[in-house]
Design a protein around this ligand. Structure first.
Ligand code: BJW
Ligand code: ZN
Length: 238
């Protein structure tokens, strides 16, 4: 079983990574649902829905400002860097649920951000979008149109950016190997990506210290961290 998976990896023409908060955990960024996860101390429904934002925009903005500071002081880890090195051997596409930008900072060239980005903001009413260059003096910040600006991330009950999601489905559907690293796979629709890959007979590999709800569908589950596993994974090609 293990040998046949190694052969599939060596023969792969395209590898898709589906990543989540766990891949940045070893960079010092907390996960959502893990032992030190963000949702352990915060109520997701008071921070990550549009109604929570309208109820208390200041609270939500302060939470994102705090996370932005943490993310900006973090560095890509050996897991992010291994994914960059993988590009030397095979086509690699990263489909990430993370908003931290660490894959791009590590040097990955093809990254789709399914849940938005910590550096982006948009207006709650008009089409205005921008990158945050400096801290806001007033919270919540206001758009030129007079309405409140919000983080450009995807909250519960909101659709993923449609073009990004359509591209993600295409990549998942035509890859030879999918590596699912550092995600609990409890959040839809990102958790359907392994199903698209399986429909194309792709080999599914999970890297996660804990079992997930999709573990039984995996061809190989590696119960270790991404920093410990991904550099080893790259050495298969050497
Ligand atoms: C390691 C490790 C190491 C640790 N190495 N591994 C009822 C009402 C409303 C909606 C719904 C509903 N029921 C279902 C829904 C749909 C909902 C959903 O899935 N909810 C579930 C929670 C039940 N999904 C949505 O609403 C999505 N939109 C949608 O479906 O649109 C259609 C629709 C419209 C209208 C109504 C209903 C549907 C949008 C989902 C948006 C998710 N947003 C967040 C926050 C925004 C971004 C941000 O601020 O960062 O995205 S929530 C949060 O979860 C964040 C993450 O991207 C996402 C996934 O979490 P992830 O990455 O998997 O992290 P964890 O913490 O869960 O897991 C970490 C894993 O790493 C663990 O397994 C560890 O073991 C592991 N790990 N250390 C490797 N070192
Ligand atoms: Zn506006």
């Amino acid at each position: 079983m293990f040998e046949s998976v190694i052969k599939k990896i060596r023969d792969a023409k395209k590898i898709v990574l589906v990543t989540g908060a766990g891949i940045s955990q070893e960079s010092g960024i907390p996960t959502f649902r893990g032992k030190d996860g963000l949702w352990r101390n915060h109520d997701a429904m008071k921070l990550a829905t549009i109604s929570a934002f309208y109820d208390n925009p200041k609270l939500v903005w302060e939470w994102y400002n705090e996370r932005r500071k943490n993310i900006f002081s973090a560095e890509p880890n050996l897991g992010h860097k291994a994914i960059v090195e993988l590009e030397k051997f095979v086509k690699v596409v990263v489909l990430t649920q993370n908003i931290d930008g660490l894959h791009q900072r590590a040097g990955s060239t093809e990254v789709l951000e399914l849940h938005g980005s910590i550096v982006k903001i948009k207006c709650t009413v008009c089409d205005f979008k921008n990158n945050i260059l400096t801290e806001f003096i007033h919270i919540p910040p206001l758009c030129k149109c007079g309405n409140i600006l919000r983080p450009d991330v995807v909250w519960f009950g909101e659709s993923l950016p449609q073009e990004v999601w359509q591209q993600a489905i295409i990549h998942a559907s035509n890859c030879d190997v999918m590596i699912v690293a550092g995600t609990s796979l409890v959040v839809s629709p990102a958790n359907t990506l392994p199903i698209y890959a399986k429909q194309n007979n792709a080999t599914l590999i999970e890297i996660n210290p804990e079992e997930t709800i999709m573990s039984s569908n995996m061809d190989l589950s590696i119960r270790n961290t991404s920093v410990m596993t991904l550099p080893e994974f790259v050495s298969i090609f050497k």
